[in-house]
Design a protein around this ligand. Structure first.
Ligand code: SF4
Length: 692
């Protein structure tokens, strides 16, 4: 690595995106001046997303945290007195010790998520110190826990069809995913397959860019995917189109699935999902006839009360229809488990302490819990922006008796409430490992510039905190270089060396496995479990069932908050300065006398978001869209979509129900009217709900 001026260096992107691009970074005078795609990861093919192209603006922008600080003003003020690392970490350690002494170690809650998805920045020294301390544990359930639960139970998380193999498919079904915004490198392979004659079906409440290029688009009501998938199963079973030989040899539970699917005629599924029965029949016909056929199962379909059942029913389709065993056939979900990485490098066992579902942060901070949360340590995460029931989270962060520590790269919405902020390095200033979960790739991330300000890597800071708490042990990694070597040693045989040497790394089955040829279910008996009993027990109404829509007369519209091309969850959204718009179908807008650009209020019993309206038929009638990951600065009243999302949990995997928000929308003022402060609702702080 060189940090001298005027040239390009290589690294990789570890952010929470399926693609893990290889990067080419242009430097001048020791600063990053441009980022573009590299070629070390062939899937990157020399281009990257627009959001990471702007990463330099995050590094050197006005929101960057440059040194540790203690808050001066009230919570949320973002006013800090800047202090030394010595002062800051001494106070962090003191707060943790005090909390443990008075309330027990579980009164400390570490709270982290995918702000960096790298293998070094999470689950290394951070996990070590919190485990040894005996802090509460965090169930990381905001995303993928629901689809993951289904994939684990049915297939033991069998490795998925990789992007490049989509060119072999004759039918591609993109279900609950929008690769044009997230995981963009799948798109060229889909388009190439289409040019070769493949047909494309998209199931999504919105006319996404790929839906507009599809042969068939099913604009289903949010939360009804399970009904459509079960209707497909019924068609396959009842018309002799199920692959009986495959099911007999390679699967269990087909009979139980068939029973549960029996009631789902095309008519019933169409009525529930709000699509023409004929459209579902068309998909059924196309899917039964095509081979290879691949389903890209996304994460949009999991974020509701039926999400786990939907994922299970969709993932079961290639088994029932006999779509495995050919290149380009099967399913794609997450490939993160392909490597068999066990994180043996943490070096401390997980204690049997309280497990907190991260969706319930607001309840944990405001409800009667024992012990109460007295220290909240947030890193790699911006929960005020990303967690359901935002007003309850905010109310918790306003508590006088809570010590909140935020360790982040920029002054996030959550950091503004912190008692202590700590500046973190970005992936361009530190080592890490980028593990893709779309394609199968694993790459080293190397620092390309010196740390900005006094920012420090996670590994170093948590190791120092561990020392201050008297929890360190001899001969264990204390900084990022030592931990990097430990991680390399802990990777599967041959993989660590390849990653270190920038050579192509691959699991034993390669980077483009064919399901049921190169890889098989990782279930105990090696079979597909189409009716896992544990899922049947977990789901409130049982496996392959449907819970009705939560809409009411007062709140009839389904609000969804999907990711978009501006941000990775909330990361990098700070670079967008425009006021957010709610996308609403023209029919729904006209019924409310709303026109383009009007100031509107989106509300339910949990909160209100005041923003502008954008009328568009890309969203189906009855559904409205606010982007995922907005910051408080993006709306007129400082609340975002998560002020409207309930903190209820999905049917399987205890995941987030972002898309179960049901709302009403009202016009506040015309596009050119001045809007009074009184018209922009203040933020509500509803009473806490019970802890479940
Ligand atoms: S966020 Fe995704 S597409 Fe963008 S650079 Fe990173 S890996 Fe590539």
């Amino acid at each position: 690595m060189s940090k001298s001026a005027g040239h390009e260096v290589s690294t990789a992107c570890p952010l929470d995106c399926p693609d893990s691009c290889s990067l080419s970074v242009s430097l001048s005078d020791g600063r990053v001046v441009a980022l573009d795609g590299g070629h070390a990861n062939p899937v990157t093919a020399g281009y990257i997303c627009g959001k990471v192209r702007r990463f330099g603006e995050r590094m050197y922008g006005p929101d960057r945290l440059l040194r540790p600080g203690f808050r001066l003003g009230p919570p949320g003020s973002g006013e800090f007195r800047w202090v030394s690392w010595e002062e800051a970490l001494a106070r962090v350690a003191e707060a943790m010790r005090e909390a443990r002494g008075r309330w027990g170690a579980e009164s400390v809650l570490p709270y982290c998520y995918g702000g960096s998805n790298g293998l070094l920045t999470q689950d290394t020294t951070d996990a070590r110190v919190f485990r040894r301390f005996g802090a509460s544990r965090l169930a990381r359930t905001l995303c993928a826990s629901t689809t993951g639960a289904a994939n684990q139970a049915l297939y033991g998380k069998m490795p998925s069809v990789t992007y490049a193999d989509y060119t072999h498919a004759r039918l591609i079904v993109i279900w609950g995913a929008n690769p044009s915004a997230s995981g963009i490198h799948l798109v060229p392979f889909v388009r190439e397959a289409q040019r070769s004659g493949a047909r494309l079906v998209v199931v999504d409440p919105r006319a996404t860019p790929l839906a507009r290029l599809a042969d068939l688009h099913l604009a289903v009501r949010p939360g009804t995917d399970v009904a459509v998938a079960l209707a497909l199963h019924r068609h396959l079973f009842e018309n002799g189109l199920a692959d009986d030989a495959f099911l007999a040899a390679r699967a269990t539970g087909a009979g139980r699935l068939r029973e549960r699917a029996r009631e789902w005629t095309f008519e019933r599924a169409g009525s529930v999902a709000g699509v023409e029965p004929g459209a579902i029949a068309a998909l059924a016909g196309m899917y039964a006839a095509a081979s290879p056929a691949v389903i890209r199962c996304g994460w949009g379909l999991e974020r509701n009360r039926n999400g786990g059942n939907a994922a299970a029913a969709i993932l079961a389709l290639p088994a029932v229809a006999g779509k495995f065993g050919v290149r380009g056939g099967g399913y794609t979900l997450s490939n993160s488990g392909s490597w068999g990485i066990t994180k043996s490098w943490i070096g401390a066992d997980e204690p049997p302490t309280r497990l907190v579902n991260m969706n319930h942060l607001g309840r944990m901070l405001t409800g009667p819990v024992d012990p109460p949360v007295k220290v909240l340590f947030v890193y790699n995460c911006n929960p005020l922006a990303t967690v359901p029931h935002q007003n309850l989270v905010r109310k918790g962060l306003e508590r006088d008796d809570l010590t909140t520590i935020v360790f982040d790269q920029v002054m996030t919405d959550t950091a503004r409430y912190a008692d202590i902020v700590l500046p973190a390095t970005t992936f361009l200033e530190q080592y890490d490992f980028a593990r893709a979960y779309g394609p199968i790739s694993l790459q080293m991330v190397r620092p390309v510039v010196d740390a900005v300000g006094e920012a420090r890597p996670n590994v170093d800071v948590f190791a120092e905190l561990e020392e201050r708490l008297g929890l360190g042990q001899p001969d264990e990694p204390r900084d990022e270089l030592e931990m990097m070597l430990r991680v390399i040693d802990g990777l599967p045989e041959g993989v660590g060396e390849a990653v270190r040497d920038d050579a192509p790394a691959a699991p034993p089955f390669g980077t483009a496995p064919v399901q049921f040829v190169d890889v098989f279910p990782r279930t105990p008996d090696g079979k597909v479990h189409l009716f896992p009993e544990e899922l049947d027990r977990q789901a409130p109404l049982g496996l392959y069932t449907y819970q009705p829509d939560p809409a009411t007369d007062r709140h009839p519209l389904a609000l969804i908050s999907p990711s978009n091309e501006k941000a990775i969850s909330s990361s990098l959204y700070e670079l967008t300065r425009k006021t957010a718009v709610l996308t609403i179908h023209p029919d729904d807008a006209h019924a409310r006398e709303i026109t383009e650009g009007d100031t509107i209020r989106v509300f339910n019993d949990l909160g209100t978001v005041t923003c502008h309206a954008s009328l568009s038929p890309v969203v189906r009638p009855g559904t409205v869209v606010l982007p995922k990951g907005l910051w408080t600065r993006h709306t007129l009243n400082g609340s975002t979509a998560n002020a409207l999302t309930p903190d209820t949990l999905t049917d399987l995997g205890a995941g987030a129900c972002f898309n179960d928000a049901r709302v009403q929308v009202e016009r506040v003022a015309g596009a050119s009217d001045r809007v009074s402060a009184a018209a922009v609702n203040p933020v509500e702080t509803p009473a806490p709900g019970p802890i479940h």
